[in-house]
Design a protein around this ligand. Sequence first.
Ligand code: CIR
Length: 256
Amino acid sequence: MFKNVIVRRPCRALVSGITSSPELGTPDYENALKQHDDYINAMKQCHVEVTVLEANEAYPDSCFVEDTAVITRECAIITNPGTDARRGEALEMLPTIRKFFPEDRIEYIQSPGTLEGGDVMMVGDHFYVGLSDRTNQEGIRQFISILNKYGLTGSAVPLTEFLHLKTGVNYIENNNLLVTGEFIDKPEFANFNKIIVSQEEAYASNCIWMNDYVIVPEGYPNVLAEVQKAGYKVIIVDTSEYRKIDGGLSCLSLRF
Ligand code: CIR
């Protein structure tokens, strides 16, 4: 069960967030704020304490807090984002992490290692880590060695099609995995109960398990039906403004 969620309000500079899909247009700030309100309300329905951080205009992508830290049951790992424009975001998260973890349970990924939380998928005590444009071999090496120190394990999953690992694969507990694209046939995921997501709905492979619920993005009927069929209660949240800059449901929070 998760007890806590950390989010950061989107800043006005969100409109210049990094994107691989400029054809989707620029996010509408007012609507992004409304969608963020809905996201927070959805989280509250899942019986967690939500910490809402102030918008940070220095970093257009700073609402995507997932990339700044990985929180495990044993420790918090401050990441080192793999793109210059976002590198400083990780240390901005530190004061908040200190409210939840003592200093000796806070670890750091250090240059030349890079790692973003969007590349980390937790399955019990094991963490799959995407080897991506943002997360490099050295970052993964440091990350796994930190995990091992706390009795946790990790393994690398190379990827080429997606920004982050969780852009295309997400664990929703009970051995259920939402998978799309290059992850469908990866041997490391062979033993999961796979819910295959079509290319048309690929964005919705990024759903989040939150205690008794799965939060699903609005506008993806097949994924919604599959998740319901798997027995979950669902909450639908519209994240269309965040999608324009490659952000999904999971990117918008730290959950622990
Ligand atoms: C970026 O390119 O870094 C942001 N525009 C999107 C970050 C998405 N984060 C995530 O998947 N965890």
